[in-house]
Design a protein around this ligand. Structure first.
Ligand code: F6P
Length: 550
């Protein structure tokens, strides 16, 4: 890594140029930008694999885009990108390489970490996962009593839950409908209880997913699940081998828990938790959709990796999306970023992106530890349309905040949608197109008046418009398209972290709460007096204890 200290972002001439340009742009309206350039709607687009990306409804001109790309060049985004792909230890605070891209490398590719080509190991695990998934799907793998597995329960949290849980929903139409996959993450016992209450232990497989295998929520739930299984089966420890497998980097802890290391699917410390879904962490998804479909998804990831690695700046979609986010965050004071998929299957997609983006770029110090003097990662939020339209879109349309939004939609409904429901797809997509149109162009007071609206209601019925959106349209929701979408966002997040000069691959901010919870727990149970607690926490804890009769 380049050890020389770089000029602080807000002191670079490129940053100042963007500031000046922003002032010149003033209140320029998207209506004006579209009127001035009839080709805008097709010129400001990119095609990446199966994704058609329209960025014409952004508050940018050619000059804005040039200045943003100059900022990317000045901050050496592509230099850091190349270092990542080369396997350099760009996660400096944890001294680790960042190689989720190796998880989807072709079998004959070479990606070295400390002089070792890791690709054969990646494919060995993929092959082992495939063989296991096939055995579960075919019924060849039987439980302790000889019954075939009907339900898979993935126990994990954060990056060991959100990816497979999201993708299982996204790719539901590709799943074996005779097999059910459930996900347990919360240490609230209700989560496990609701997941297993109607299951037959003899037909249940638990996948314990944890990179570290020390995460308290996961180990607690896995221990309770083991008790539930053994009690339900009336069996001893020997039953665990047929009903528990582990996904982890920590074989010692897996063995300590009582899972046979032969039933462990490995990954490595150069895979960040929130970037791990295409590693062994995807086993539950692979069982659901089959190894072939899983590999199609990896191909989709790889396609966008290659695009990010090789496309010139003007055509590089992750670069563009990353820079647009910086433009709004620092020059329009946007605090949030909405991701609004027009597909019911993507209902957990934004929740997945929350960890990817907010755990990566929720940072406030530069790589060398000095405080940043600019905005970093946004609050990411959103739910599928059209539901959101009847809830919070009002604020996006007529509120006071700048909320850049991504609209994601598909031209065709999924293949197995019953023919009687196919017609609804046009209605869904009509809303999809209409919303970005309304957000961009709004409705002027004169247009409102022309409809005969009473003058006192004109301000209420006026839509200012000028709300920026990206539209991502794919022909169909397939495993490959899902891989392409996720890689697009992964690299977008990367670009932003590179410009901001933060470490996007550590997550020290989650530690303090974990440590304090360990200190508070014995106070709740009465095993510690809780001396030294602040007055607010002390009062809350004592109220809790009183209610619990302790
Ligand atoms: O606490 C945050 C975190 O470390 C995430 O980064 C990670 O995805 C999650 O916990 C789960 O960690 P593990 O896979 O080690 O159980």
């Amino acid at each position: 890594m380049n050890a020389t200290r770089r000029t602080r972002l807000h002191r670079t001439p490129e940053w100042s140029a963007l500031g000046e340009h922003r002032e010149q742009l003033g209140d320029t309206h998207l209506r004006e930008l579209f009127a001035a350039d009839p080709g805008r709607g097709t010129d400001y687009t990119l095609q990446v694999g199966d994704l058609y990306l329209d960025y014409s409804k952004h508050l940018v001109t050619d000059r804005t885009l040039t200045l943003l790309r100059e900022l990317a060049a000045a901050t050496d985004v592509f230099g850091l990108r190349d270092a990542m792909f080369r396997g350099e230890r760009i996660n400096t605070t944890e001294d680790r390489a960042v190689l989720h891209t190796a998880l989807r490398a072709a079998r004959d590719a070479v990606v070295e970490v400390d002089g070792e080509n890791v690709v054969p190991r990646v494919h060995a695990v993929l092959d082992k996962m495939s063989a296991f998934a096939d055995r579960i799907r075919s019924g060849e793998w039987a439980g302790h009593t000889g019954k075939r597995i009907r339900t898979v329960v993935n126990i994990g949290i954060g990056g060991s839950d959100l990816g497979p849980a999201m993708a299982y929903e996204v790719l539901r139409s590709f799943t074996d409908r005779d097999l059910t996959v459930r996900f347990v993450s919360n240490v609230d016992g209700a989560d496990l209880h609701e997941a297993v209450r109607d299951l037959d232990p003899a037909e249940t497989l638990f996948i314990v997913a944890s990179k570290t295998f020390t995460t308290i929520e996961t180990i607690t739930n896995a221990t309770s699940a083991r008790n539930w299984l053994l009690t339900g089966l009336g069996a001893g420890q020997e039953a665990v081998a047929r009903h528990f497998v582990a996904l982890s980097t920590n074989s010692e802890k897996v063995a300590e828990f009582g899972i046979d290391p032969a039933n462990m699917f490995e990954f490595w410390d150069w895979v960040g938790g929130r970037y791990s879904f295409d590693s062994a962490i995807g086993l539950s998804l692979m069982i659901a959709i089959g190894p072939g479909r899983f590999r199609e998804m990896l191909d989709g990831f790889r396609l966008v990796d290659e695009h990010f690695r090789t496309a010139p700046p003007e055509e590089n979609a992750p670069l563009l999306l990353g820079l647009l986010g910086i433009w709004y965050g620092s020059f329009f004071d946007a605090q949030t970023h909405a991701v609004l998929p027009y597909s019911h299957y993507l209902s957990k997609f934004t929740a997945y992106l929350q960890q990817l983006d907010m755990e990566s770029n929720g940072k406030s110090v530069e790589r060398d530890g000095s405080p940043v003097a600019w905005q970093t990662g946004p609050v990411v939020w959103g739910t599928p349309g059209t539901n959101g339209q009847h809830a919070y879109y009002q604020l996006i349309h007529q509120g006071t905040k700048v909320i850049p939004a991504d609209f994601i939609g598909f031209a065709r409904p999924v293949a197995d949608l019953p023919s009687g429901l196919v017609a609804q797809h046009d209605l869904l997509m009509a809303n999809f197109f209409a919303q970005t149109q309304a957000l961009a162009f709004g409705k002027t007071p004169d247009e409102v008046r022309a409809e005969g609206v009473a003058e006192e209601l004109v301000p209420h019925k006026t839509f200012r418009g000028n709300h920026p959106t990206t539209t991502i349209l794919a022909s169909e929701l397939t495993p490959s398209v899902l891989g392409q979408l996720i890689a697009l966002y992964e690299h977008k997040v990367f670009v932003q972290g590179a410009v901001w000069n933060i470490d996007s691959f550590d997550q020290w901010g989650v530690e303090l709460g974990k440590v304090l919870a360990k200190e508070v727990e014995p106070v709740l149970t009465g095993d510690s007096a809780g001396e030294g607690l602040d007055s607010s926490t002390a009062a809350l804890v004592s109220t809790y204890r009183e209610i619990r009769g302790r």
